[in-house]
Design a protein around this ligand. Structure first.
Ligand code: PGA
Length: 264
């Protein structure tokens, strides 16, 4: 984590919590963060509820002025029209979403999303004033065959080709073998790939983009391992799945600066 990049802790709820549960959850999360003395300037926190919850969570954040950013878990490459079941970036923006996840490995596998589709989604996000969180990561087989960085770099290259150097985007390195497995990458592994991803951003979009773009690690992040990742120079936050559904655990992850200072 470098000083000039505000760390981002992003909670990807996946297909969990309906709109009523989401309200109760966000209220509890807001209390827990307040109790913990959470400071927005130090760490940015974003939640990614299912689409059906977005309006409820938006209303709650707005009414209580909660220090939480909102994001969608996916969006369409199109802005409107005959695309049954898809959700437009225009609609996400209208619900005050700041972020949208694109290319999550579960989208890539469940919906056969190619790198080109992911790039189209990143472009649709930027076109609509949303910041895409572009997920890249290798499977266990890829890791064995190609080593740690090749697949994430290849996936990112297709997206970077479509974006401009002035665009605001976030990259999330999520090894598929670490997602939901309880077996996180080591901080060294995450740093190696994050450093390679930042170098690719520098090659394509220049030094300024490389210096300001946040690169997250995702895959079995917990309160017990977050500090190790955040101590590394090129890791600027986390995309958290399972642990984002537990208020105590997620707010402890957000409080990582306390652990980083204590341990270092
Ligand atoms: P996990 O999921 O934290 O449950 O491993 C991370 C993700 O899929 O974004």
């Amino acid at each position: 984590m470098a000083e000039l990049r505000v760390p981002l802790i992003a909670g990807n709820w996946k297909m969990n919590l309906d709109h009523l549960q989401s309200i109760a959850f966000v209220q509890k999360l807001a209390w827990a963060l307040k109790d913990a003395g959470y400071q927005e300037k130090q760490v940015e926190v974003a939640v990614f509820p299912p689409f059906t919850d977005l309006r409820s969570v938006q209303t709650l954040i707005g009414a209580d002025d909660l220090p939480l950013a909102l994001g969608g878990q996916d969006l369409s490459v199109h802005d409107d029209g005959a695309h049954t079941g898809d959700v437009s970036g225009v609609f996400l923006k209208a619900l005050d979403c700041r972020y949208v996840i694109v290319g999550h490995s579960e989208r890539r596998s469940d919906h056969h999303e190619s790198d080109d589709v992911v790039a189209g989604k990143a472009l649709a996000a930027v076109r609509n004033g949303l910041v895409p969180i572009v997920c890249v990561g290798e499977t266990a087989e890829d890791l064995e065959q190609f080593g740690p960085s090749k697949v994430p770099l290849d996936q990112l290259a297709v997206v970077l080709d479509q974006l401009k150097s002035s665009d605001d985007y976030v990259v999330a390195y999520e090894p598929v073998w670490a997602i939901g497995s309880g077996q996180a990458a080591t901080p060294d592994q995450a740093e190696t790939v994050a450093r390679a991803l930042r170098a690719a951003i520098q090659d394509k979009h220049g030094a300024d983009a490389a210096a300001r773009t946040r690169i997250l690690y995702g895959g079995s992040v917990k309160s017990g391992n977050i500090a190790g990742f955040m101590k590394r120079e090129n890791v600027d936050g986390a995309l958290v799945g399972g642990a984002s559904l537990d208020v105590a655990e997620f707010s402890a992850i957000v409080r990582f600066p306390a652990h980083v200072t204590m341990d270092s």
